[in-house]
Design a protein around this ligand. Sequence first.
Ligand SMILES: C[S@@+](CC[C@H](N)C(=O)[O-])C[C@H]1O[C@@H](n2cnc3c(N)ncnc32)[C@H](O)[C@@H]1O
Length: 285
Amino acid sequence: MSIKQALKNTLSASIFHSVRDIPWMIRDWRTKAPIGQGPIPPLRLMFDGPRGYDLFLKMGRETLGFYKNIAGMKPDDVILDIGCGIGRKTLPLLDYLNDKALYVGMDLDRRGIDWLLRNVTSRNQRFVFLHQDIYNKFYNPKGSLIPGLLVLPFPDASFDMVVLWSVFTHMYPGDIAHYLSEIARVLKPGGTLAASFFLYDDEVLSRMKRGETTMDFKYALKDCRTTNPNMPEDALAVGSEWLDSVQHQVGLQTQQRLSGTWTGAAPHAGLELTNFQDIVLAKKL
Ligand SMILES: C[S@@+](CC[C@H](N)C(=O)[O-])C[C@H]1O[C@@H](n2cnc3c(N)ncnc32)[C@H](O)[C@@H]1O
């Protein structure tokens, strides 16, 4: 087990986050952000995924390719990105979306939203960001809003596409089911959901038992599994049959599933970093 994982498995979320950020604050002092690549956050604010300027930019480029070539995003789409973090999958859209499009990013971490408002909305006001103080034991242990009761603050049928990258992997099944019903409500008929998960079925569980997966969801909880009993929201996996049945109930139909490299599968071409988790594309019926 890495030192990072051992700390996550023992410390409270707020202490873990403070300890984790210190070395990156020092690096920010000593490293210069690349110039000429558009806005890019400091390393200390890359709390939402792998840190490093090259990694950050590569993940952004991969995601843009996914949006255009696999998910069918059009330059004038209206998009909701739930759990947009510090915008690693938002920034490449600045050059893709046109002045009829609208991009709404939502997150429970105010640091990311404040940075995005200052650095992105100030350049293009068709990119808007919203902070919501949603409880999550790992990301926001003092949050006041209950995820299972969250109302997305938008009218029905508002969006062409809703995306959630590495967000459902930190949520319990009951909360995921509630989010999916809200997402189905705000998607236009024919609109697309693109979301990443850790999904298991019998075959993945057998591979996990044989040590052939890179994540070991060995702790079973109700309708889900975790790698970390101290803080299950650190990484949560759900059953693929369970997901299918919830999607069916709310009127979302799976179109495509790209198995994540965490299961031992090869990545989808061009998505070497982004396809670590399973990616699900679904359509609103
Ligand atoms: C691993 S990060 C991924 C960030 C971004 N989607 C990306 O892929 O770069 C997970 C993000 O989800 C946010 N998050 C966690 N639980 C959430 C919830 N219930 N609702 C909305 N956002 C949530 C966190 O604050 C964090 O920014």
